[in-house]
Design a binder for this molecule. Structure first.
Ligand SMILES: [Zn+2]
Length: 219
């Protein structure tokens, strides 16, 4: 990852640690000194005063992540690194890049390291960890998968969801998988000897797989 991005993530983590890793969006906003006001679109301004505007009619579970996302914007603005993050890529990509960084920070706010570590201590590198994380943080399985594989950026991890014999979602960190999203892979165990699978509760055909994959380090 790039320097300004890494510095902004480190800043956000330190600020989150000062709140005791609060995950409830309203309480976190309060602890960070951010006021929420209803508006027509989601927006964040560090001010002062720090204000997050949220649409009143947003679907509730989605709003939870939207709130964390806007708090992520506030933290990036407070880090003073917003322009440096934008400058890490070409101008036409700068907005999308900033949104990716803010989404990464939002995932850390929703699924903080102490929570992920506690789940790792209990379940290890297994699909049960991803199921437990999704349940504890009340996020989707893909969101939990992405957070799970990247919780230690120095390690190789890969996770995926299958629906029937198709791959419906993939998340990797320093690892390569011998298939792509939407591929049909009837014999997973043959192409991934170390794979561990679990069935998602109440979703009969959806399975979660965890593997180390083939190490693949980006230079
Ligand atoms: Zn945004």
């Amino acid at each position: 990852m790039r320097d300004a991005t890494l510095a902004a993530i480190a800043f956000a983590l330190a600020e989150h640690a000062r709140t005791g890793f609060e995950t409830d969006p309203e309480r976190l906003g309060h602890l960070l000194g951010v006021r929420f006001i209803p508006g027509t679109e989601a927006r964040a301004s560090n001010g002062p005063p720090s204000i997050v505007t949220l649409p009143k009619d947003a679907y509730a579970p989605r709003q939870r992540f939207t709130t964390h996302h806007e708090l992520g914007h506030i933290l990036v603005q407070r880090s003073g690194l917003e322009d440096d993050i934008r400058a890490e890529v070409s101008e036409e990509d700068s907005e999308a890049h900033l949104e990716l960084v803010v989404n990464f920070i939002a995932a850390l706010l929703v699924m903080p390291q102490p929570l992920v570590r506690a789940i790792h201590d209990e379940h290890g590198d297994t699909p049960q960890s991803i199921l437990a994380l999704a349940q504890a943080a009340r996020v989707s399985l893909p969101a939990a998968m992405h957070r799970w594989v990247s919780h230690d950026l120095g390690a190789c991890r890969a996770a995926f969801l299958t629906s029937g014999s198709y791959i419906s979602h993939i998340a990797t960190c320093n690892a390569w998988l011998p298939f792509w999203r939407y591929d049909r892979v009837p014999e997973l165990e043959t192409c991934l000897p170390d794979v561990r699978m679990a069935t998602a509760p109440n979703r009969l055909s959806l399975r979660v797989g965890v593997t180390q994959g083939e190490p693949y380090y980006y230079s």
